[in-house]
Ligand binder design. Structure first.
Ligand code: UDP
Length: 403
């Protein structure tokens, strides 16, 4: 696993030295991260790399996962959809289920660390256990237009934290607690993102029976309606009218997402046996995801709603031309016609994909810009620095401005 000094050739010496200096002020501080799944989805992806690096920098960091049954995760998935602005079919029974499991976690989890860092709504109630320590709520969701009933319910807990962290300015809410804007990041040295030899990439294509005879359009995402996999198939069919291509849809399911299997079946049905559509239900295999992204000609992220959309930065870091919806954190990563193309519909996405496929030089240039944009803004070193400064700021409460 990469050490902090290994990042120097990628981001420069001063960035790494700054991290070590800031971390000196936090040496030995106990930080507990809590989320709801150890695998699957962006939060687990980030914590997997963030935790060992913070430890190497001298902080005493733990990562714990709340426990919950099927019913609990059905409710939290409803919360997730509602917070993203969807219709909420949430009744008193759902709230009871949520509170009952939360109470069990409150009883069982040791939250006595100096700083407790809670990720997303699922473990939000743990704050009821706060003592004289610091509590941060890190929201990875686009909260710009939440369903009000669910938001009002969760807000009662948010206001008990010392600080709330959002991924993009538009996601923040009016709150009587300090708010921080911190974008997520990718790790350029993880198996998901590191350079790969061509033989490895070809080996993965062979394993999944994907020929290299035609350009490959790819979306890597959990099978979730908000990722719009059916819209991606429509896009591919529109492109295919003019340009021969293959579509690769690869995704796993997260343990906290009960809808995955159903959406996967809908996608299989929509593909209707088309031999040029490759649907892979992946286990969590970072190296293979990396290889599939690198094997792709164009990468799509046609989400209807998105938190940040790590898959976009992953693709841009690999210098891929990306076509993605103008939602959530995606426009932070894609500056239209500079580091990718933004789209608003399947028709728009198909038009953009065709532009890339028919102008390889343009696609290459945009891909290179994308890589530099990620280097400057969305690598884990920047994220580490933001988190260290956030932790420090909890002990310095002067000059607070509430929004
Ligand atoms: N991912 C993966 N395997 C899959 C599907 C997704 O490893 O089958 C990874 C993907 O590469 C990315 C993360 O899961 O690192 C998804 O993060 P994103 O922010 O794009 O979406 P989320 O799932 O958190 O909504």
């Amino acid at each position: 696993m990469a050490k902090i000094d290994d990042y120097t050739p990628i981001v420069g010496e001063s960035v790494v030295e700054d991290l070590k200096l800031i971390a000196l002020h936090l040496r030995g501080k106990q930080i507990l991260n809590v989320n709801s799944t150890a695998v699957g989805g962006g939060v687990a992806e980030i914590l997997n790399r963030m935790v060992p690096l913070l430890r190497e920098l001298g902080l005493d960091v733990r990562w714990d996962v709340i426990r919950g049954g099927e019913e609990f995760f059905d409710v939290t998935k409803k919360f997730h959809n509602a917070l993203h602005g969807g219709r909420a079919d949430i009744g008193e029974k759902d709230l009871e289920i949520f509170m009952e499991t939360s109470r069990k976690n409150v009883e069982e989890m040791d939250t006595s660390s100096d700083i407790v860092f809670i990720h997303d709504p699922q473990p939000i109630v743990l704050v009821q256990k706060r003592m004289n320590n610091k509590w941060i709520w890190r929201c990875h969701i686009d909260l710009s237009d939440p369903e009000q009933k669910v938001w009002r319910f969760l807000k009662e807990f948010v206001v008990q934290y010392d600080a709330a962290v959002f991924s993009a300015p538009a996601f923040s809410r009016k709150l009587p607690v300090r708010q921080f804007l911190i974008s997520p990041s990718i790790d350029p040295l993880s198996d998901k993102n590191r350079e790969l030899p061509q033989e490895v990439i070809d080996g993965v294509l062979n394993k999944y029976g994907i020929p290299k005879d035609k350009p490959i359009i790819t979306q890597i995402s959990r099978f979730d309606r908000l990722k719009d996999p059916l819209g991606v198939i429509t896009t591919y069919r529109l492109v295919k009218k003019n340009i021969a291509c293959r579509l690769l849809l690869a995704g796993g399911t997260a343990t906290d997402d009960p809808e995955g299997q159903k959406v996967f079946e809908e996608v299989m049905e929509s593909a209707n046996g088309d031999p040029d559509i490759h649907i892979l239900s992946m286990s969590q295999n970072d190296l293979e995801i990396n290889a599939l992204q690198r094997a792709s000609t164009v990468i799509i992220q046609k989400s209807l709603k998105e938190g940040f959309g790590l898959t976009v930065s992953e693709a841009l870091w690999k210098s891929k031309p990306v076509v993605a919806s103008n939602v959530g954190g995606i426009p932070l990563q894609i500056k239209h016609k500079h580091s990718g193309l933004l789209c608003y519909s399947a028709e728009g996405a198909a038009f953009a994909v065709k532009q890339f496929l028919s102008s390889p030089d343009y696609a290459r240039k945009i891909g290179e810009n994308g890589r530099e944009h990620v280097r400057n803004n969305f690598l884990i070193t920047r994220h580490l620095r933001d988190y260290l400064l956030l932790f420090l700021s909890l002990y310095h409460r002067e000059n607070i401005v509430y929004l």
